[in-house]
Design a protein around this ligand. Structure first.
Ligand SMILES: [Zn+2]
Length: 445
C-alpha cells in the first residue's frame, strides 16, 4: 500500500458514513465520449441527404428515435412507459428503506425536430437525461426521490398545429377536446398519429400529472442564440422563458380580373396584407423592450394566379416578449394601424388566437442550486432569459422548474448547421447531474 493510499484509507475510516458518501457523490462525472457517441448515433435517425434533421413529430423517423431511446433505457434496466400523450417516461425508484413516499424529480426534453433542423435541439436534453441515468446506475447511487426521465411528444410546431403538445398535456392545458378533428395537411387525424406513437386519445386526460406527484423538473437545451458563446461561458442558467402569442390572420378582399379592374376599384388582399405585415414589424421595432420580437413566418395567397387580384391572404403572426404587457402593447400598436389600413383598402380581417402562452419564471431555488453546483465544479455560468419556448415553461405551472443552456455555435438552430461543443456539453451535463443530486438531497426535508 502506497503512502497516499494509506492516508486515503485512514481518512475513510475516520469519516462518518454519510460524509464519505457525499464526497463520493461529489466526485461523480458524466462520460463525455459516451455522450458524443450517442449524439452521433441518434443524429443518424431522420438525417436527410443535406445533413439536416427531418424528425417531425409522429413521422416514421421520430417513431424510430423513440424506439432507440426505449432500447437504451432497457439496457439500463429501466422500464419506460408511454403515457396517453405518447410522452416517454422512465422511472428509477428512490430509496425505499426510509419509508418515504417522496414526489418525483423529473428531467428531459424532446426528440422531435423541425423540418431540416439540427441534431441538438431537444435531443441533447434527452441524451443528457439518459446520461444521468447511466451515471446513477453504474455507480449504484440511490436517490431519496424517484428520478424520472421524460421525452415529451411534439414540442416543435408541427403539421398538426399543436406545439409543446406533450408537456401541455402533462400540465393539464390540453384535453381531448383539443384533439377533435385535428388533421395534418395530408389528412391524417391527430388521434390516429397519436395512437401509432403509443398514446391513447380516448383516455387523454390521464397523461396529466398532479402537482403533488412532482418535486422538480429540470431541462437542458441548446441556447439557440449567441449570448453564452459571445461571452465564452459554458453553462447558462435560465431565469425565465419568453411568452409566445400566435394568431391566424385572414385578410379578406375581393378576387377580380387583373386587367379590367381599375386600381381605384380594387380590394387587393395581398397588398393590404403587405401593409399589415410591415405595420406589425414597425410596432415590434418601436416597442421599447428589445426582447419584444415579432415574426410573420407563413403566408398563403389565394387564388395565387398571375392574372387574378388576390382575394384572400392568410398568415400567422407571432409575438414574443418578456412580459404579457410588453406583448399586449406591441399588439395594440399594430391593431391601431390595422384599423386604418383596413378602412383605407376596404378589406376585412378574420383573426383566430392560436397560442397565448404567458412568460414562465423559472424556480429561484433550482437556479440557485444549479449556480452553486456549477461553481463547486469550477464552471462559469450566466443567468439569462430564454427567447424560445420550451417544455419547461409548461412544467413550471405544475412544479418547480429550471433550465440549463449549452452554447450554440454561431447561435444557429433549427437548421442543419446547429452544433454545440462537447466540452460545453460535458460541463453542462455535470451541472445537471449534480444539481439533480443536490435537489434530491435538499427538497422535502
Ligand atoms: Zn427544443
Amino acid at each position: 500500500m502506497s503512502e497516499r493510499n494509506r492516508t486515503e484509507k485512514r481518512r475513510e475510516l475516520q469519516e462518518p458514513g454519510e460524509q464519505r458518501e457525499k464526497r463520493a457523490l461529489g466526485d461523480l462525472r458524466v462520460n463525455a465520449s459516451r455522450i458524443e457517441m450517442r449524439i452521433t448515433e441518434l443524429g443518424e435517425i431522420g438525417r436527410n441527404a443535406g445533413g439536416g434533421m427531418d424528425r417531425t413529430t409522429f413521422t416514421p423517423a421520430e417513431l424510430e428515435a423513440r424506439e432507440w431511446l426505449k432500447a437504451r433505457l432497457r439496457e439500463l434496466g429501466l422500464e419506460s412507459r408511454s403515457d396517453e400523450a405518447a410522452n416517454i417516461w422512465a422511472r428509477r425508484e428512490g430509496s425505499s428503506d426510509r419509508s418515504e413516499n417522496l414526489p418525483v424529480i423529473a428531467f428531459g426534453s424532446h426528440l422531435d425536430s423541425v423540418p431540416n433542423g439540427g441534431r441538438y435541439d431537444g435531443a441533447l436534453g434527452v441524451l443528457l437525461a439518459l446520461e444521468v441515468m447511466e451515471v446513477l446506475a453504474e455507480n449504484d447511487i440511490r436517490t431519496r426521490h424517484p428520478f424520472e426521465l421524460v421525452s415529451f411528444s411534439a414540442e416543435e410546431p408541427n403539421p398538426f398545429g399543436l406545439s409543446t403538445f406533450g408537456s401541455r398535456t402533462v400540465a393539464g392545458k390540453l384535453t381531448r377536446r383539443h384533439l377533435e378533428g385535428v388533421r395534418d395537411p395530408q389528412g391524417t387525424l391527430l388521434v390516429d398519429a397519436l395512437r401509432a406513437a403509443g398514446g391513447d386519445p380516448d383516455a387523454f386526460e390521464r397523461a396529466r400529472r398532479r402537482p403533488e406527484e412532482l418535486a422538480a423538473f429540470l431541462e437542458v437545451h441548446i441556447e439557440q442564440g449567441l449570448r453564452l458563446l459571445d461571452r465564452g461561458i459554458p453553462v447558462g442558467i435560465v431565469s425565465a422563458i419568453t411568452g409566445i402569442y400566435r394568431e391566424d390572420v385572414i385578410v379578406i378582399g375581393e378576387a377580380n380580373h387583373a386587367g379590367t379592374t381599375l386600381m381605384a376599384n380594387r380590394k387587393d388582399a395581398l397588398m393590404a396584407a403587405s401593409e399589415l405585415m410591415l405595420a406589425f414589424e414597425a410596432a415590434c421595432r418601436e416597442h421599447p423592450s428589445e426582447e419584444t420580437v415579432g415574426t410573420i413566418g407563413t403566408i398563403e395567397n389565394r387564388p395565387n394566379a398571375a392574372n387574378i387580384i388576390p382575394g384572400q391572404v392568410r398568415f400567422h403572426l407571432e409575438l414574443r416578449g418578456r412580459s404579457r404587457s410588453d406583448i399586449g402593447e406591441a399588439l395594440e400598436a399594430w391593431e391601431r394601424e390595422a384599423e386604418a389600413i383596413m378602412a383605407r383598402r376596404g378589406v376585412k380581417l378574420e383573426r383566430k388566437l392560436l397560442l397565448d402562452q404567458p412568460p414562465a419564471v423559472m424556480d429561484p431555488i433550482i437556479a440557485e442550486v444549479c449556480a452553486k453546483e456549477a461553481s463547486r465544479l469550477g464552471y462559469e455560468t450566466l443567468s439569462l432569459g430564454s427567447m424560445a419556448g420550451h417544455d419547461a415553461a409548461h412544467m413550471a405551472s405544475l412544479t418547480r422548474a429550471g433550465m440549463l443552456f449549452v452554447p450554440s455555435l454561431g447561435g444557429k438552430s433549427h437548421c442543419p448547421d446547429e452544433e454545440s461543443r462537447i466540452d460545453d456539453i460535458e460541463q453542462t451535463a455535470n451541472v445537471l447531474l449534480h444539481s439533480l443530486l443536490a435537489l434530491d438531497d435538499q427538497l422535502n426535508r
